[in-house]
Design a protein around this ligand. Structure first.
Ligand SMILES: [Zn+2]
Ligand SMILES: [Zn+2]
Ligand SMILES: [Zn+2]
Length: 177
């Protein structure tokens, strides 16, 4: 994984604001999630194959890619929809459980939410490592760390209540709690 000689120093590039939109089919109760670049998330109902998709909620988010300031290697994060800090949705949410353990170790846990064709997928581990390195390096509090874990650890992605990373300055602030 760390095979190239460069000891990468990552920087965000190509920032895009938008929304993570959740839709629900009222026939089969299936959920799906996508990223919208529009100023206001679209809320129209529409039929697609056997599904009747209805707007079920949205969260402001930001998309970005990463570039190394030393070797200029660029890693696209088109597959990342957002980073979420679980604030205690459900006692059985794995992200919630891990967050509570990590807090005692001065580690803030973020779940990387990623979807393809509406279905949840996990980011490759290389990308989770880049995000962990990047956000930890930006923290101003000595000894604090950030750990970015796969989004599928949330118990129910549609129910996991968390704070979305809305802008890039947010993680240098101290989350409450
Ligand atoms: Zn590099
Ligand atoms: Zn359906
Ligand atoms: Zn949760």
């Amino acid at each position: 994984m760390v095979s190239d000689e460069c000891d990468h120093t990552w920087k965000m590039t190509n920032l895009r604001d938008g929304f993570i939109v959740t839709e629900k089919c009222y026939h089969c109760n299936k959920n799906r999630v996508y990223f919208s670049y529009e100023d206001v998330p679209p809320k129209d109902e529409y039929k697609e194959d056997d599904h009747y998709w209805n707007y079920a909620g949205s969260a402001q988010s930001v998309k970005f890619d990463m570039v190394c300031t030393r070797c200029e290697k660029t890693v696209p994060f088109e597959d990342l929809m957002g980073l979420m800090h679980c604030v205690g949705c459900d006692p059985e949410c794995h992200v919630n459980i891990m967050s509570r353990i990590c807090e005692g170790q001065n580690v803030w846990l973020y779940a990387a939410l990623s979807y393809q064709l509406g279905e949840e997928v996990d980011l490759p581990v290389e990308k989770l490592v880049i995000l962990t390195d990047y956000f930890t390096s930006r923290l101003r509090t000595p000894g604090k760390k950030i750990l970015v874990v796969p989004g599928s650890l949330t118990r129910r992605p549609d129910l996991c209540r968390g704070e979305m990373l809305k802008d890039v300055g947010m993680l240098s602030l101290t989350p409450e709690g």
